[in-house]
Design a binder for this molecule. Sequence first.
Ligand SMILES: O=C(O)CCC(=O)C(=O)O
Length: 336
Amino acid sequence: MSAVAELRLSPAHQAWLAENLLRGSPADALVPLLVGQGVPEALARAEAEAMLRSPVFVGARRVLREGRQHTQVVGLKRAVAREACPAPVVERRPLPSADEFFARYYGPGVPAVFEGAAASWPAVGKWTPAWFAEHYGAVEIEYVAGREADPLYDRHTPQLSHTGRLDAYLALLEAAGETNDLYFVANNHNLERPAFDALWDDLCWPEGILNPTRRQKTASLWIGPAGTVTPLHHDTCNVFFVQIHGRKRFHFAPPTETDLLADAQAMYAGADPEHPERTPGLSIPYARADVGPGDVLFIPVGWWHHVRALDTSISVALAGFTRPNWFDWYRPGSVK
Ligand SMILES: O=C(O)CCC(=O)C(=O)O
């Protein structure tokens, strides 16, 4: 047996070699790089050849091919979308009929602001922080505080949650001014508390679009000061986002902007649309959409969105559509 055959590449060099061979670099280009790292040439070449023949590598290459085909399809869609619309916009219009909504927005996954679609709902004009304090002040709720000190605050909602009376939270909100430190967020499931049952009477279920019997566990309430920021993420279902009080600003990017996946963790992207300079390698053409009281925003599943409250804000997110809306598999940031 030759001396070379007894030697092995270090695990780190093997992983590097495997990754680059799988990415399509020829062995002839990789061997000199290993040699430059002090690996004997005969060993580098023998390992590369053995790796290319190994059944594990052959299987991995087949799996990788499937991934490449999908990437190619998505990449083409992205290229066409960017070419056709270099500065994307979110359409603004009145609420369409149910048939048009599902055909033009829900099915193809197109976000839209339906201006004034909820303007006649009893909640709009009635729900304000002062009204909540007066009617529901004594209700125990959960809210999040200490967000400013935790860069991963949205992911750490359970750890940052506090329990208290709603009027105490609203007093904190008023005293805080513009801040991202505290928020009454969807994950607290406050809307499911029996004490809030009467709130449902102030919401509506647009005919054929939302199903009122699907309200359990599909609706959430957000109450926060100006300055709250929900970082760039995607949801695992379609959302009918109803702005009740104050204004919010959304930045959107389609699921085909796959560069956002590179640093994604679960449903969160690493990028910040308000600070593109922090991710210099990324160039994402975000669409911006502001919503005010009575506007409804349709957020299609998988669309990246970043949300800033421009004022003290109250919103309701509804996901109980009349069509299937369970896409729990869609968490590309979690793919190993
Ligand atoms: O309003 C917010 O802060 C976040 C809303 C949101 O991201 C959602 O409903 O998916």
